[in-house]
Design a binder for this molecule. Structure first.
Ligand code: HEM
Length: 122
């Protein structure tokens, strides 16, 4: 367990901080902000918690993810290649600011890449 990506990212707290910073930046972003217009605080809080849960589980932490799968969650949103590139840029910037090492950062990007086909509209 100590070698899991989950542990190397700082466990639950590290992942929660990373996911929170990425989502808060995405919501404020000029390009990506449109996905979160007119949404209530509670819905946003629920989405963020589900993202943390999913991330923790997928990186090797003890978590039971209760949300929907990535294809179902993002179907019909019309997420483009440009949106995806911006999302990765934001995630990379947050990882850099948090001092995530290159190995871990690369694995996180690989993890996102494995989800891309389910999230970006074909
Ligand atoms: C450009 C990239 C992305 C955009 C614009 C985006 C946008 C959104 C939005 C607006 C929702 C809320 C849907 C709703 O409340 O009905 C959502 C849900 C979610 N997203 Fe994303 N997302 C992106 C990438 C990702 C990635 C890379 C992950 C995983 C690492 C992820 C994980 C989730 C999860 C777990 C949920 C909640 C699922 C549920 O409600 O059951 N998203 N996303």
């Amino acid at each position: 367990m100590t070698n899991s990506l989950y542990s190397r990212l700082g466990g639950y707290d590290g992942i929660a901080m990373f996911a929170t910073n990425v989502v808060l930046s995405a919501r404020k972003d000029e390009l990506l902000g449109r996905f979160w217009t007119n949404r209530g605080e509670d819905r946003n809080a629920r989405e963020l918690q589900l993202l943390i849960d999913f991330f923790v589980k997928e990186t090797g932490g003890q978590m039971y993810y209760k949300g929907r799968n990535m294809a179902l969650s993002h179907k019909g949103m019309g997420i483009t290649e440009a949106d995806w590139a911006r999302f990765l840029e934001i995630a990379g910037n947050v990882a850099g600011e948090m001092g995530v090492g290159p190995d871990e950062g690369g694995q996180v990007m690989g993890f996102f890449d494995s989800l891309k086909d389910d999230i970006v509209a074909a």
